[in-house]
Each structure stands twice: as C-alpha cells, then as structure tokens.
Ligand binder design. Structure first.
Ligand code: TYD
Length: 135
C-alpha cells in the first residue's frame, strides 16, 4: 500500500526563554537522514519544487514564516499550510509536490533520505501521472 503525505508532530520544549524543537535520527523521521537543504528569499508570488521523486523521501518544515505545500498522489490533491516550526510534512517517494504562497522571510527546511540526484526527479506532471498509474 502507498504511504500518504502526513504531518509529523516534532517534540517541542516550551520555555519562557524561547521554545526548542529537535530531530534525532531514528526517532522522528521515517527514514535515515542523508541530506538537508533550505529554500529562502523567495520573491512574492513565486513557486518552487514542482516535481516528484522516484526514491527520495522528505520532511518539509517551515522553520520561519509560512508557505503551502501542494501534494498529489496521482490526481488526489492535498494542500498543507505550514506555519509552525514543530510540524514536519512527510512526503513519501512517488508524490508530486510543489510549494507556493511563501510569506516574507519564509524559510523552508527540507530533510531528505538520499543525496542529491537529478536522475531521481520526475519534472513533468504528465510523466508523473503516467508513472503513478503504473506503480
Ligand atoms: P530543485 O530541486 O530543482 O528546485 P526546484 O524544483 O524548486 O526548482 O533545485 C534547484 C537546483 O539546486 C538544482 O538544479 C540543483 C541544485 N540542488 C543541489 O545541487 N543540491 C540539492 O540538494 C538540491 C535540492 C538542489
């Protein structure tokens, strides 16, 4: 059965001096961490990340500000509005995902299960639908 995108609640230590959240390998992610990258300084109205991965899995966190992640599994569309640094959106492999509606100073932090590999990308939505329907 295919895994679905879902929000993972990360630990939060609330404190009057400021809150603290963390991720530990083997504890909070459904995969072993191989890579982290972040997207920032996104001009108003821009969209990022219109693609799917054959194998790479990700957890997307709004470390600062807010943005929307639109996911498709085939034609099944979901919109996740991320605006808290203690929520991680798990995006399984084989999921189309794009990000838009970035606020000023939004910082998208992405944890990934594999090293960067351009061959792992499906960049055209029609190719994605074709791939999904044969999975
Ligand atoms: P990409 O994932 O294609 O972003 P988007 O789909 O939002 O356009 O990444 C843009 C470029 O950044 C890509 O052409 C190569 C580089 N890149 C890396 O070198 N390593 C990475 O881990 C990532 C995510 C991107």
């Amino acid at each position: 059965m295919k895994d679905h995108p879902r929000i993972i609640d990360l630990p939060i230590f609330k404190d009057s001096r400021g809150n603290l959240t963390f991720i530990e390998e083997g504890q909070h992610l459904p995969f072993l961490l191989k890579r982290a990258y972040w997207i920032y300084d996104v001009p108003g109205g821009e969209a990022r990340g219109g693609h799917a991965f054959f194998e790479n899995e990700e957890v997307i966190i709004a470390l600062s500000g807010s943005f929307d992640v639109i996911t498709y599994q085939g034609n099944e569309k979901k919109i996740f509005s991320l605006n808290r640094s203690y929520y991680g959106l798990y995006v399984p492999k084989g999921t189309w995902r794009e990000m838009n509606n970035f606020s000023t100073n939004a910082l998208a932090f992405i944890l990934a299960s594999s090293p960067y590999n351009p061959q792992d990308y499906i960049r055209e939505f029609k190719d994605y639908l074709n791939y999904f329907s044969h999975e």
